[in-house]
Design a protein around this ligand. Structure first.
Ligand SMILES: Cc1cc2nc3c(=O)[nH]c(=O)nc-3n(C[C@H](O)[C@H](O)[C@H](O)COP(=O)(O)OP(=O)(O)OC[C@H]3O[C@@H](n4cnc5c(N)ncnc54)[C@H](O)[C@@H]3O)c2cc1C
Length: 487
């Protein structure tokens, strides 16, 4: 494995033709390469990774995971992969489950109403998700924008802010850029809104967790025959009839029979693909990131003593603006996420520690150790890119079918699907029906069809209940007045 790159001058270096190149050594890229070699060890595979380490969003540091670590058992593809590789999983620790959460302490009338309407709105969206199975409805251009949907249904500023931040977290774009139907279809593909809230915000003890270093270790062990080049960003792709050329950031040219792009949609936008991709995909790529880049900084702060527990707090924390979420993990370690615009990374430490100090005491301002890592939020479109374009194959968790898109399960599913697509190009004779069965997506068990009455009741909110109450009482008063007047 090449550790670093040095800048080369002179004409670009051209390496011998490979069978498959995988761009991106995140979970989906590593799974693609691993599965390809498992199926056909003779394949010549190269993985190009822009950063100086493998894993992408599965980032680790000496204090623990700073990226992805939790999933529900219903994310079958990651569950089966961990079992297959012998990576142990465990139920999330029960530490602090009986302690109070800080948002439960805010019991003023308005905050209770805001929390109530927010929970009701989330339940309403969750119940309706089943109707947005791809192919079961049509996405019309003039569907309501999510920002209007929220403003029409939520009364309090806090609940509106929470929902708009949640949308940014899920789809990597603003609530004003995504329609209600697109958002609901996306929720369907992500395993439901409650799944998203569980993984990023609530972290209930029903989730499973694993050591991402062990997973990466197991995958890279299986990739010893592949060539993994770090600090090599793919810059340009030239698609010819019989082969593909990839130009990287150190001006080397790699030639291959099939190319797997295991990178998020926003990273795809930065690659010059020639000839340009078909119009419908171009549109999807161009729409991937309107406006400012949205970032998510994950932090770990450790303290000599979990003093918030002595004060009766669980450590779970939620702040709306900017969205900061914290979840207790180990008794003296505090982990959390903050959502912010590009360029605000340097302010994250002071902003989070100050916000935590407001709730858990001044000691929060001086952690024993502190580290953070900033990720760009991946754009998710309501339709994934799953069909290859000749020799170019799309992967990444955004390109998963309806199997937990944007999550670990989706990354594994898209990686398996991409490896199958690549085999069909380079070694179709080794593909069996079980490979096809492996990438099958079951309907998410969290998303259930519900009855019409429950659905109708779920749509009641402060606005329409207030409106109907006013309407009914004015009709009643008018009738009473008419009865008195005319007998
Ligand atoms: C902080 C955080 C916490 C999360 N927590 C959870 C969780 O608990 N549970 C869960 O299910 N999901 C979680 N997720 C989501 C999950 O981690 C991701 O959906 C999944 O890991 C994505 O994998 P990927 O391979 O598709 O993309 P990535 O992990 O983003 O990997 C893409 C790789 O491609 C590289 N790359 C990009 N452009 C280029 C280029 N031009 N050339 C070469 N390389 C390139 C990048 O450097 C990166 O390494 C979390 C995500 C984040 C950011």
């Amino acid at each position: 494995m090449e550790k670093d790159c040095e800048l080369r001058l002179g004409p670009p270096e051209r390496s011998p033709k490979l069978d498959v190149i995988v761009v991106g050594a995140g979970l989906s890229g590593l799974v693609s390469a691993y599965r390809l070699l498992e199926k056909e060890p003779s394949l010549r595979i190269r993985v190009l990774e822009a950063s100086n380490s493998v894993g992408g969003s599965l980032q680790q540091n000496t204090q623990g995971e700073i990226g992805a670590k939790w999933f529900e058992k219903s994310q079958t593809h990651i569950y089966q992969l961990l079992q297959h590789l012998g990576v142990p999983m465990q139920q999330r620790s029960l530490v602090g489950s009986t302690l109070r959460r800080c948002w439960e302490l805010d019991q003023s009338v308005s905050s209770n109403l805001a929390k109530y309407e927010l929970q009701r709105y989330i339940n309403e969206l969750e119940l309706k998700t089943a109707f947005f199975k791809p192919g079961r409805f049509s996405i019309r251009k003039n569907s309501t924008k999510m920002v209007n949907h929220i403003n029409n249904r939520l009364f309090f500023k806090e609940s509106r802010k929470f929902m708009t931040s949640l949308i940014e977290l899920i789809c990597g774009g603003k609530a004003s850029d995504i329609t209600y139907k697109e958002f609901m279809s996306l929720c369907y593909g992500c395993g439901g809104l409650q799944n998203i809230i569980n993984i990023y915000l609530d972290c209930p003890n029903t989730l499973l967790e694993f050591d991402s270093a062990r997973l990466l270790n197991a995958l890279t062990q299986g990739l010893q025959r592949a060539d993994i080049l770090l600090s090599r960003q793919a810059k340009a792709i030239y698609h010819y009839k019989d082969y593909i050329e990839v130009h990287d950031s150190v001006q080397n040219i790699h030639t291959t029979d099939a190319l797997i792009l295991a990178i998020p949609l926003n990273a795809l936008q930065q690659i010059n693909i020639s000839p340009t991709v078909p119009l419908e995909w171009r549109k999807m790529l161009n729409n991937a990131r309107p406006g400012v880049r949205k970032m998510m900084t994950s932090f770990i702060a450790s303290y000599r003593d979990g003093h918030w527990r002595n004060g009766g707090y669980s450590g779970s924390f939620l702040k709306y603006d900017p969205l900061i979420v914290g979840c207790e993990y180990r008794p003296t370690v505090y982990t959390g996420l903050m959502l912010h615009n590009d360029g605000m990374e340097s302010l994250v430490r002071s902003m989070t520690l100050n916000a935590l100090a407001q709730h858990f005491g001044e000691e929060m301002k001086v952690p024993h150790t502190y580290s953070q890592y900033t990720f760009e939020l991946s754009s998710l479109q309501h339709l994934p890119l799953t069909t290859p374009w000749n020799r170019i194959i799309w992967s990444s968790s955004a390109a998963a079918s309806t199997c937990y898109r944007g999550f670990l399960g989706g990354a594994v599913q898209s990686g398996l699907r991409a490896s199958l697509n690549a085999l069909l190009v380079v070694r179709p004779q080794v593909v069996t029906w079980t490979d096809v069965a492996d990438i099958h997506c079951q309907n998410c068990p969290n998303i259930r069809d519900i009855g019409a009455l429950k659905l109708w009741l779920s749509a009641l909110n402060l606005y329409n209940v207030g409106y109907y109450a006013l309407y009914a009482s004015s009709v009643f008063l008018a009738l009473q007045f008419a009865y008195k007047k005319f007998g």
